[in-house]
Each structure stands twice: as C-alpha cells, then as structure tokens.
Design a binder for this molecule. Structure first.
Ligand SMILES: [Zn+2]
Length: 656
C-alpha cells in the first residue's frame, strides 16, 4: 500500500529486538505484543492507508515492481506485438489515464443496458432488462446474477449457481446498531451518484430513500456472512419447474433463456429465503424503487471505470468505510486498475522476473514435510475411527498442489484484448468487451468436464489457498518473500513463517467447511456418525473459545471465523509436531508465527474487518493459538495467573 519503507529484513529486526531490553510486554502475558510491540510502534499509517501488515507490505513490493514495468512500457516508445501482455498493459493504462476520453465516453457501451432498466414500464420488462444485462455481461443487481462453478456434489462437472442479490454495504453494516453512521454516509454516496446520473436533488433524495427501504427489506431475509460459508445452506438444488414455483412473479423459462443458461438439468439456489423475498418484492408498486436500485448498482459497479466524478465518489466512499483520510494519487489508482483488469498478463511478466525452479523446489520440500506430519497426526488421534482416518489420509495423499504459476495460462488471458484510444477504444469499451469474453468463456464450460489443472489465483498474489472442490493447495509465486521465507533464516523461523502458512492451508482440508468434502472435492459426508459428532463438539468449543476474545470492545465472532481458526490451530499443531522438543527451534517458530501477523489498522478498518472478515484479528490469531498450544507453555514457562494462561481443559483444537 503506497510509498512505504521496503520490507525490513526480519533477521535484522530479530537482532534489534534482542538488543532492546525491557520489552513492554512479557511473552507470558501478551505474546503478540511481546513480539510485535516495537514493530507496531514504528508503523505510522499514511493518511491514504487503511491498514498495514506483512501481507500488504509484500503486496506493496509486488505492486511497486509492476508499476515499474508499466512505466517502462508506457514511456519506452517501443512497438509490441498485438495481443502481447506488453501491448495490452500499455494500451490499457493509456485508456485508464486518459481522463478526457473517460469524461467524453459517459456511459458509453453501458447506455443500452441502462436505458432498458430505466425504460421498463412494468415488472415483466424490468426482469427482462436484468436478464438481458446478465446474458450480455454476466452480472446483475437483484435477480439474474449467476456463476458457473464446479458442482459441489459432483466436482467433476460445472453447474449454474444463482447468486445473491447485491446488498450494497452488506447485511452486517445494515443491521448492526454500531454501524448506522456508516450506513448514513453510504447513502450520501448513493444520493451523490444519482445526482451525477442526472437526477435533481429531490429525485435523488426520494430514490435513495426507496433504495434504502428495499435494501433493509432484502437484508432481513438474507444469510449472514458466516452462513454463506456453509454449503448445507447454500447448496439448494432446483429444477426449472421448481424455480418457477420459487419465483412466482417471474417467467422463469424466459428469463433463463435470455440469460442463456436455460436447459440445465438443475440449478443451485444459494439463498432460498432471499430469493423468496426478492420474488415478493417484484410487484408493480415497487417498480420505481427496483429500477432505482438496479440503476445505482450499475453505477456503483462501474464507477471506477467511468468519468472522474463517478470514480472520485467511489474512491471517497471506500476511503470512508476503511477510515482512509487522504486519497491516493491518480497515477497510483490507474496503475492499480491496470493490474486488476489484466491480472494474468501482469502475472506472466511477474514470474519471468521473480520466480525460479529452485523456489518451486523449496516450497515442494516444505509442503512434503507438512503433509507427512499431518498423516502422523491423524494416525495418533484417539477420537477418530480407523475408517475415517483412512479417508482423511487419502485426502492428504491425493491433494493437488499448485506452486508458483500455471504451466498453461488460462484461456481468457489470450482471448482478452485491448483496443487503444487511437483505434477508438475507451476504458469502458475495453471493460465491457472483456466482461463479454469472460462470460463466453464461462458459458462454454457448461456441459464439459472440469479442467482441474486450471489456475484461478494469479502468481503475483501474496497469499495461499486451499480449494475444497479440487482438494488442492495453491501457492502463488509472490508468497515466497520475507518475512514469510528467506534462505537466510533458521529452519525454525521458516517453519514459523512459510511453514505455518502452508500448514494452515492443509488444515483447511479438515476445517468446518473443508471436512465436508471428500478427496475428489465432492460435498458429501465421509465421516462415521460418531466421529463427526466428536468433531462437531470440538468445533463448538473452538467457536466459544474465540467468542471470548475482544478487540476494540467488540467480541470476535467465533462462528464466522471458525474455519480459519481451526486452520490456525491445526497449523500450529503441525509445526510444533514437526519440530518436536527442540526448544530453540520452537522458540524461533513461535516468534516468527507471531511476527508475520503484526498488524496496524485504522479504527474504521478494524470495525470493517470485525464485521465482515472470516479471519480473527491478527492479534487474536496469535494469542488464541499460542494459548491453546501446550508446548508454548513449556517454552515460555507460562504459569497460572499469566495473561496467556488458559487451563489445560479449556484449550481447544481438532488435532492433538
Ligand atoms: Zn485460511
């Protein structure tokens, strides 16, 4: 995020920290502060920043490298082959930064879609307009949004998921008493957008009020963020006939046909209550409010790519939500947007410069170590029956691993093209073209077998992932950086850094969501009833354990953060189990795990994360995990009465 100090060498920092006497906190009372107190004090957030952590720090490094590349391409004056990453990046950046062109474009290619929504004279025409938008561009606002993804029940094929309505600022903000001031500010934004769209102040006022009415109504019948992660709630199979019974106010066949997803054996409805609510709202008396809602959603979704007023309003709104007090410079925003719109082209250039075969081997070796240890851990669980153990181990052994970057780049990478301003292109026209290309690409998948070698994470992403539908780990190239990994670090330090991150991902195979998928990525229960019972008792106690932690006066939501907390606890068991009783190595690992989670956030951003994030705040991630780790007590001599102390019978975790 922005101009900030380069990544500090963690080795140097470790050295400095050991020189400084009189740490503010004892390890035994607050391990997170003990490790990170000094680092946190050093960090001053720029007014343009919502937060800082080592992940965002590494992202800044990656982004800086990409910016340099973009600058070289734009200023180099060389000619590049049409369709090459270099040509696309250079020409797109020019479209993005040509504000005159953007201001002249207006709604440009979006105009026909907008006209259809605004011109709808009854509910039937309104639904048709939304279906048309979805069929041509692949997205919608209230109805008609869908995604073609792997079928959870049969992960070898694709199925159409009918998505949720857009709930704007989100159910959590809308319904939480403490966040009403944000909702109010958000509706200032809605009014300003509608005014820019051409409404009078009075019209905008009225429209915003009716949008808010609809939003509150929809949110009441929508799932919470934690429910979204529960496949038993979001995987609801409907035939076309059954969809027609769900959406009694819609001609379902006509709608599916316009969207171009008709003729499927079945569809998956993700939020049934919300769908029922939406159906009940599709009546003539709501027509104007619905049209206004969909108008605003389109403006909001496209604001970043439109004229300077829309783009500015959009940035201000985001800054407000995250507690950022000063906007980024235009050039920074343009660079960022270029990278966001051409992720794979940027990725190709990134890996050429920053990832080697040797790096790949390093990660593979570490991952092998972790998978082997996990097998031993599963074998020694006395609450698990032999048959469940056998299946859990098969899941480990068949886990697919993607490291660095794809051997075969995604097809959209080649089909996405950029037309420069000099040939009549604009930012919006390129955006719409690319949305259409990616839509055709998705539609073509229907009826084909899933290609499990396809990557959906770009190599320049600073993160790692577990995908239960493919039973696979993705570890992008950019994750292999300090302070997560360095060939200069001790083995214990690397295990606490990158080792913890990898073990966390492996643990996701057995978290409250991942545990419900088998080794093929199919959603079905492979546990004996007794074992699942024992497992669920443990997850319940984990949720209650995290509920007790508090940040800024707000309790952590143990339910919403459950899967991530299970993964953290599992990762620590795995890492300490690999190390055994080598105290020095354990100390290195504990330290580094705490260190990689150092974090500084604005108050608003902390609030935002507490409301929406599925991870616990970083401080809790560290202290809650250490307090449940028996070996930690030995290494740091933690005693009853210490801040980190939790009685042995109250410590939690799936794996011992
Ligand atoms: Zn995770």
């Amino acid at each position: 995020m922005g101009k900030r100090i380069a990544v500090l060498s963690a080795v140097l920092l470790l050295f400095l920290q050991t020189l400084v006497f009189g740490q503010a906190e004892r390890a035994q009372d607050d391990y997170y502060e003990f490790v990170n107190g000094k680092k946190i004090e050093e960090i001053t957030l720029e007014p343009t920043e919502a937060g800082w952590d080592w992940f965002s720090d590494a992202e800044t490094v990656v982004r800086g490298e990409m910016e340099e590349t973009i600058r070289e391409l734009v200023n180099g004056g060389e000619t590049y082959e049409k369709g090459s990453p270099e040509q696309k990046i250079r020409d797109l950046y020019q479209c993005i930064s040509d504000m005159d062109n953007r201001n002249e474009t207006g709604l440009g290619p979006l105009q026909p879609y907008m006209d259809k929504i605004r011109g709808a004279s009854d509910i039937e025409e309104y639904v048709e307009a939304l279906a048309y938008l979805s069929g041509e561009m692949g997205y919608s606002s209230i109805l008609g949004g869908y995604s073609i993804m792997q079928d959870k029940a049969d992960s070898g094929k694709y199925v159409v998921y009918l998505l949720y309505a857009d709930t704007l600022i989100g159910k959590e903000y809308v319904e939480d008493e403490d966040t009403q001031e944000y909702v109010e500010l958000y509706f200032d934004y809605v009014r300003n957008m509608l005014t820019e769209f051409g409404m009078t102040g009075e019209q905008a006022e009225r429209s915003a009020a009716s949008i808010e009415g609809l939003l509150r109504d929809i949110c009441e019948s929508s799932m919470s963020a934690e429910q979204y992660y529960d496949p038993s709630l979001t995987y609801n199979v409907y035939t076309e006939q059954e969809l027609q019974e769900l959406y009694t106010n819609v001609d379902v066949h006509g709608m599916l046909e316009t969207i171009r997803i008709d003729g499927q054996e079945y569809y998956v409805v993700m939020d049934v209550d919300q769908a029922q609510k939406i159906n009940s709202l599709l009546v003539e008396e709501n027509l104007q409010a619905l049209k206004d809602y969909s108008t605003f959603v389109m403006l909001n979704d496209m604001a970043e790519y439109m004229n300077s007023t829309y783009a500015g309003l959009y940035t201000d709104m985001q800054n407000m939500l995250y507690g950022i007090t000063e906007s980024w410079e235009d050039e920074f925003i343009w660079m960022d947007l270029t990278q966001k719109m051409l992720p794979w082209d940027c990725g190709k250039i990134y890996v050429q410069k920053h990832f080697s075969e040797e790096d790949k081997e390093t990660v593979e070796e570490m991952l092998d170590l972790i998978l082997e240890e996990y097998e031993k851990i599963i074998q020694r669980q006395d609450w698990m029956s032999p048959s469940t153990k056998e299946k859990a181990i098969r899941k480990l052994k068949t886990m697919q691993i993607k490291i660095g970057y794809p051997d075969k780049w995604p097809a959209v990478c080649d089909t996405m093209q950029v037309t420069p301003v000099s040939e009549g292109g604009s930012l919006l026209s390129n955006l719409v073209k690319n949305l259409q290309v990616s839509l055709e690409n998705d539609l073509a998948k229907l009826g084909t077998e899933v290609d499990r070698t396809e990557w959906d994470v770009t190599p320049q992403t600073v993160n790692a992932f577990y995908d239960p539908l493919n039973n696979e780990i993705s570890f992008p190239a950019a994750m292999l950086q300090e302070p997560f990994y360095s060939s200069e670090y001790s083995d214990g330090t690397n295990l606490g850094g990158i080792g913890f991150v990898l073990a966390h991902e492996v643990s996701h195979a057995f978290d409250s969501d991942g545990a419900l998928y088998d080794e093929y990525g199919n959603y079905h229960v492979w546990w004996t009833e007794e074992d699942l019972d024992a497992y669920e008792k443990m997850t319940q106690s984990i949720a209650e354990y995290y509920d007790k932690y508090e940040v800024m006066g707000t309790h952590v939501d143990g339910e919403r953060t459950l899967a991530e907390n299970i993964a953290d606890l599992g990762a620590m068991t795995c890492i300490t189990s690999i190390i055994g009783d080598d105290k020095e190595m354990l100390e290195d690992a504990f330290w580094q795990t705490a260190y990689i989670w150092a974090e500084v956030c604005t108050e608003s951003f902390t609030q935002y994360l507490l409301n929406t994030d599925t991870h616990s705040p970083h401080k809790v991630r560290v202290n809650a995990v250490m307090s449940s780790c028996d070996v930690f007590y030995d290494v740091y001599n933690v005693k009853e009465g210490d801040g980190m102390y939790v009685a042995p019978e109250d410590r939690v975790g799936i794996w011992k």
